[in-house]
Design a protein around this ligand. Structure first.
Ligand SMILES: *[C@@H]1O[C@H](CO)[C@@H](O)[C@H](O)[C@H]1NC(C)=O
Ligand SMILES: *[C@@H]1O[C@H](CO)[C@@H](O)[C@H](O)[C@H]1NC(C)=O
Ligand SMILES: *[C@@H]1O[C@H](CO)[C@@H](O)[C@H](O)[C@H]1NC(C)=O
Ligand SMILES: *[C@@H]1O[C@H](CO)[C@@H](O)[C@H](O)[C@H]1NC(C)=O
Length: 467
């Protein structure tokens, strides 16, 4: 500060004060950005090792590890590329982890939401940090002052001496105005919620409010603030609305707020979001709404065994299989199968880590919670061993790939059914021929180990199991 004030010693008192004010704002913004990156990793105050939800025995250790984990585990920062994980490696929450079926190794990359978050945050940092030279700031301040007080322009020109010594009261007013001009995210959300709550806001207004909120809740701490302000209640009411456009937008906000955000996941379950989501999923009509609600369900369940268990006990798989059967186009089918696959491999990964002799209390708690999620057995009972093969009939490579991965993941419980299904074997063999040909053309184009080769490997792996 001292350096700055001497540098600007010649400037008018007004400029100096405004400058300091702006600088404070800037520091504030920077500290918010800083908090945000912290917030992405340290998520929950975890005083006695577990966040409690519901009754005494229903403990939920939020997915993120406490700091003490980092002593034993090397935390790998995922990037946009897949990288192989060693047994001693840990990954931040929300990362996408997969089992490489060929090598048996775990691989990690940034999750989709993290990718979004990461790029967004970088963009913001650049925006705040660049263009911050004292000269530019001085010019900007002058401009703001003139904008605030257009009438003073002429006076300034006519009598520059007088304008240098403007009355203190006037300055104070300007500063107050400046302060009001800069709205924090929390203030914006407060304003949006008040507007949303006002009885005369139209559906269109509500939808645009929800879209603004959706943008804001990608920031981990914004999503948490929205919950503390009671925003969750509005969103759940929106899901319940008879207007499908409101349902769609509400589900979108909820899904984004839940993504990789354990605190919001816990609060949502406590507010009864799971039941509302399942009811909406079962009754919603337009495909657009179903897609968004499914997105919210997947975000709620991800890395959250407590919610998964309740999803199963509230008939979630039944709702999904109805949806799967109705869905002709296949986009919902693909998303459902992907979601089931993610849930299976998430649980697998936890038990794998258990073999790496990382046996701290938090991990054991997590293993215990996942052990209560009897997903595989439920999948078998609810007929998914014969449903998932239907996705292979799709013409989209991507859909087939997802189906193959899920079939492999479900093999431990479904193998007998696969073996007795002649039409599954037939379709595997014909797909294999088809992709083998495409691999050949990939190779002639100079591309080894391309996407189609990966699909052939998946087919082979499944075929071997079925023999
Ligand atoms: C919504 O508005 C009602 C009055 O219309 C008020 O009682 C309530 O507190 C408001 N809710 C929120 C969360 O602002
Ligand atoms: C709602 O009505 C109040 C007065 O009844 C009015 O002041 C306010 O501007 C209206 N809000 C909207 C969004 O139309
Ligand atoms: C949604 O509607 C159902 C029945 O219409 C009601 O029981 C439930 O409380 C509502 N939930 C919310 C969050 O408004
Ligand atoms: C057998 O596999 C086909 C796909 O090839 C699938 O459509 C069908 O539902 C499966 N039937 C059973 C009983 O598993």
């Amino acid at each position: 500060m001292r350096f700055i004030s001497s540098q600007f010693g010649g400037a008018s008192f007004s400029c100096l004060t405004l400058f300091v004010l702006l600088l404070l704002h800037f520091c504030h913004i920077v500290s918010i950005v800083g908090q945000k990156s912290d917030g992405a990793l340290t998520v929950v105050e975890n005083p006695d090792g577990g966040e409690r939800v519901g009754g005494a025995e229903e403990e939920v250790t939020v997915d993120d590890d406490d700091d003490d984990d980092e002593g034993d585990l090397e935390v790998v920062q995922p990037t946009e590329q897949w990288q192989t994980l060693k047994p001693s490696h840990a990954v931040p929450a929300g990362s996408r982890v997969r089992l490489n079926l060929q090598t048996g190794e775990r691989e990690v990359r940034l999750g989709d939401e993290q990718l979004k978050y990461w790029t967004q945050e970088h963009r913001e940092k650049e925006e705040t940090q660049s263009s911050f030279s004292p000269d530019e700031l001085k010019r900007a301040m002058k401009k703001i002052k003139e904008d605030l007080n257009p009438a003073s322009k002429d006076t300034q020109r006519q009598d520059s001496v007088e304008s240098k010594y403007r009355p203190l009261e006037e300055l104070k007013r300007d500063m107050a105005q400046l302060d009001l001009l800069v709205e924090t995210d929390v203030q914006i959300m407060r304003r949006l919620l008040d507007q949303f709550n006002s009885s005369n806001s139209t559906t269109e207004q509500k939808m645009s409010i929800l879209l603004e909120l959706e943008y804001l809740v990608h920031q981990v701490d914004n999503a948490q603030s929205l919950c503390s302000m009671g925003g969750l209640q509005f969103i759940l009411e929106g899901l319940n609305s008879s207007d499908f456009r409101l349902q769609e937008s509400s589900a979108f906000v909820l899904g984004s707020a839940l993504a990789s955000n354990p605190v919001v996941q816990v609060k949502a379950v406590e507010s009864g979001a799971l039941q509302t989501l399942l009811t909406t999923l079962a009754t919603a009509q337009p495909l657009r709404v179903k897609k968004k609600v499914l997105f919210a369900v997947a975000s709620l369940l991800r890395h959250f065994p407590y919610a998964q268990r309740h999803f199963l006990s509230h008939g979630g798989l039944q709702v999904l299989s109805d949806l799967f059967r109705e869905d002709g186009g296949g986009i919902l089918r693909k998303r459902i199968v992907t979601m089931l696959y993610d849930m299976i491999s998430e649980k697998e990964l936890i038990s794998q880590v258990g073999l790496d002799s990382v046996l701290d209390a938090a991990h054991q708690e997590r293993v215990r919670q996942y052990s209560k999620v009897s997903l595989q057995g439920e999948l078998f009972e609810k007929g998914w061993c014969s449903l998932v093969p239907q996705l292979l009939e799709s013409t989209e490579h991507d859909y087939r790939e997802k189906a193959l991965r899920a079939l492999l993941a479900m093999a431990p419980v479904c193998l007998d059914q696969y073996r007795s299904n002649g039409s599954l074997l037939d379709s595997l063999l014909s797909l294999r021929d088809q992709y083998q040909e495409m691999v050949q053309s990939e190779i002639t184009l100079g591309e080894e180990n391309g996407y189609f080769a990966e699909i052939v490997q998946l087919i082979d792996a499944l075929h071997v199991k079925m023999k």
